[in-house]
Design a protein around this ligand. Structure first.
Ligand SMILES: [Zn+2]
Length: 262
């Protein structure tokens, strides 16, 4: 059994299950903080600073057009021991983009990643909404689709006050957390101070509970515990958050992108 499997309690033969076991408490998973849409010269360094303070590492799903403007931030992220993975170049919506546009966009993003020595294993597609070509493209490039367990709704400006129950639950139980270290055009927030607030709160809670905060595991070792697409949190949510989730088929990871680079 690999170390990653052990983190997840995957594949453990029944003879190895301890005799004294608290069945009320599921095996604790690590916490995977994931940041989409960066790198951003204002917010990414502040996120990196917070992660360093708590000796935590995370996964960054970066955008090609931002990488072109700030390649030094990719190097900074990698040098700090974090993982960089594929999001896209121009943040296309897979549900409506043509196959040609998707192929070109993905190729451009992959070329930029390769220039930094990054061979991605994971693909968080924009908005978390696959289109008819998404899976074939993922297979062609050898990347695995990944969603999230918890959307912090930071893209709409939620902070600690709104997300406290979710933050506490995820810090306790682990899982994949969706956040954004950049402000996507059209999103209902002016800056990412609220993301910093949520990151700080999660890291504080995770430290208190001794929950590991690490990048996503190697895709081939992750088993089925990493969600491919968004799903409703297994943890209790606040009423307000539940209303939000019920109000939409699939929670967007941010508002609609601009048709061209701002
Ligand atoms: Zn995004």
């Amino acid at each position: 059994m690999s170390q990653d499997d052990e983190h997840y309690g995957v594949g453990r033969p029944s003879s190895e299950i301890p005799l004294v076991h608290d069945w009320q408490r599921p095996p604790r998973r690590p916490l995977h903080l994931t940041f989409d849409d960066g790198p951003d010269p204002t917010w990414t360094p502040q996120v990196l600073e917070l992660l360093a303070l708590y000796e935590a590492t995370a996964t960054f799903f970066v955008l090609g057009w931002r990488m072109r403007d700030h390649p030094e931030l990719i190097e900074e992220i990698l040098a700090a021991g974090h993982d960089v993975e594929l999001h896209g170049d121009a943040h296309l919506d897979h549900e409506i983009a043509s196959l040609g546009d998707l192929v070109a966009d993905t190729d451009a993003a992959l070329r930029l990643l390769r220039a930094h020595g990054v061979v991605p294993q994971w693909w968080r597609i924009p908005f978390g909404r696959p289109g008819e070509h998404t899976r074939a493209l993922a297979n062609a490039h050898g990347v695995r689709l990944v969603g999230w367990d918890i959307d912090t709704f930071d893209w709409r400006g939620d902070g600690w006050a709104e997300q406290q129950p979710s933050v506490r639950a995820v810090a306790e139980h682990g899982g994949v957390v969706l956040m954004h270290d950049a402000v996507a055009p059209g999103t209902p927030r002016a800056g990412a101070e609220n993301t910093l607030e949520i990151v700080g709160a999660i890291l504080q809670e995770a430290t208190a509970r001794q929950t590991m905060v690490i990048p996503l595991p190697p895709a081939t070792l992750a088993g089925s515990v990493i969600p491919e697409l968004p799903r409703t949190s297994p943890f209790e949510r606040s009423e307000a958050t539940m209303r939000e989730v019920q109000g939409r088929q699939v929670a967007p990871d941010e508002a609609k992108p601009p048709t061209r680079r701002p």
